[in-house]
Write a new protein. Structure first.
Length: 268
């Protein structure tokens, strides 16, 4: 059974909405108890209650800002009494899409903390007991923004490049231990964060509108669970697969210029 291999508990970082909440719900449907982590305590509690009512699994919520330096220590202390057999890290979207020099340095530093240091620390903390047990799973969410640099995503794209290589390297080290690792690479995905960003930039008329050419959350979840054993890197959706293949035929300069033009066309 799924829970025997990846349970009895999973920790989902970034679980308050969108892909994180959906990933948590699917784990619960497969019989795995949940520790849900995000900043917004009220929203997180609603997600936990809904999952608990629908599936009957145990849930815990941890309202923690993953950009804080002590986030991992807080999570480790709060989960010391449970056996976490599955780790999902899907926090760290780009909420602003602004030029690097137009934003305070602290925003970039928080992005690196949230997207690089915290997932690395959590993997180090939880992977060791998984290896000792000979079973477990780790999913690190990445982004096509990590393939090549582009304007308005300087720190975000760099942090996602880190996530991509980190997941691949961790997979290479753990592949024979019984612990599955994948870097799940998303392209444009219909999430509340994307709707809010595109509405703010005038791309969408409202936050209820559907972003053009975006994968659905359901597609992401289906792809993820179908490929837990197919690491190190899983590209979600035909558009992402085609984009990765095309970028591989270009020079780095050509790829950056293409990403720059694409960003200008879609985000204004």
């Amino acid at each position: 059974m799924f829970a025997d291999r990846y349970g009895p508990w999973a920790l989902v970082a970034g679980a308050s909405d969108g892909v994180g909440a959906a990933f948590a719900a699917e784990l619960a449907r497969r019989g795995v108890n949940l520790v849900l982590v995000a900043r917004r305590e009220t929203v997180l509690a609603d997600v936990a209650e809904r999952i608990r009512a629908e599936t009957g699994v145990e849930t815990r919520t941890l309202a923690i800002d993953l950009a804080l330096d002590d986030a991992t220590a807080q999570i480790a202390a709060a989960t010391a009494d449970v056996e976490v057999g599955f780790l999902v890290y899907c926090a760290g979207a780009e909420p602003h899409y602004t030029p690097f020099l137009d934003s305070p340095l602290s925003a970039a530093e928080a992005m690196v903390q949230r997207n690089c240091l915290t997932p690395m620390r959590l993997c180090h903390h939880f992977a060791a007991p998984m290896v000792a047990r000979g079973r477990g799973g780790i999913v690190v969410f990445g982004s096509g923004a990590g393939f090549v640099g582009a304007p308005n995503m300087v720190a975000y794209g760099a942090s996602k490049a880190f996530d991509l290589v980190f997941a691949e390297a961790l997979w290479a080290e753990l592949r024979d231990t019984g612990v599955d690792v994948i870097g799940l690479i998303l392209g444009k995905t219909d999430t509340p964060a994307l709707r809010t960003l595109e509405h703010r930039r005038g791309v969408l008329e409202s936050v209820e509108a559907t972003p053009a050419d975006a994968a659905t959350v359901e597609e992401v979840i289906t792809e993820a669970f179908a490929n837990l054993e197919n690491g190190p890197t899983v590209l979600v959706g035909d558009i992402m697969k085609a984009a990765a293949q095309m970028l591989g035929t270009l020079t780095r300069r050509q790829a950056v210029e293409l990403m720059t033009a694409a960003g200008a066309a879609t985000m204004g």
